[in-house]
Write a new protein. Structure first.
Length: 165
């Protein structure tokens, strides 16, 4: 997994002040993508122990509400490595984790490798950005088709539970 960018204080990709980690690599190639340079799986730097420690140090600040993972496409990474990364972040920081994906949850929730990743995620922002459904008034997403899925409630209820933000 390569990291394209780390934003130490981000207020655009989830509630509160967050650490946002952008991974490299995406095969969706969505029209109007704002991170085209992150499509290349070789862009950025490999995720190292030093970077993980740096992210954990950033998350340790009281002002930081959590980690947001975006890209590129997080769910097109090595999923075993990604699950291990998120597990460590969750256990050591105890902060919330948001993950943005161009996939739709309904198409993902039966895949074991994906569920191994999502078990560490609090909120999944799913769905591709669609220019035809663009809405600048939406919180933490760009188009009407994208959803903020509360994964804790979704697991408890056995059906998709959306955040009302």
């Amino acid at each position: 997994m390569n990291i394209a960018q780390i934003r130490p204080m981000d207020v655009a990709n989830g509630p509160g002040v967050r650490v946002s980690v952008f991974v490299s690599g995406c095969r969706h190639a969505c029209p109007h993508c704002f991170n085209r340079e992150y499509w290349d799986f070789n862009y950025g730097e490999p995720c190292t122990e030093t970077q993980i420690q740096s992210i954990l140090t950033l998350l340790d600040k009281p002002i930081i509400a959590g980690l947001t993972l975006l890209g590129g496409e997080p769910l097109q990474q090595n999923l075993t490595e990604l699950a291990s990364f998120l597990k460590r972040i969750k256990k050591e920081s105890r902060k919330s984790i948001w993950l943005y994906t161009g996939y739709v949850y309904n198409d993902l929730h039966l895949q074991k490798e994906v569920m191994d990743v999502l078990q560490w995620v609090d909120v999944l922002v799913d769905g591709p950005y669609l220019e035809a459904e663009k809405n600048l008034r939406l919180a933490f997403r760009g188009s009407e088709n994208q959803r903020l899925i509360d994964l804790h409630q979704t697991r408890l209820k056995g059906e998709i539970s959306l955040l009302n933000i």
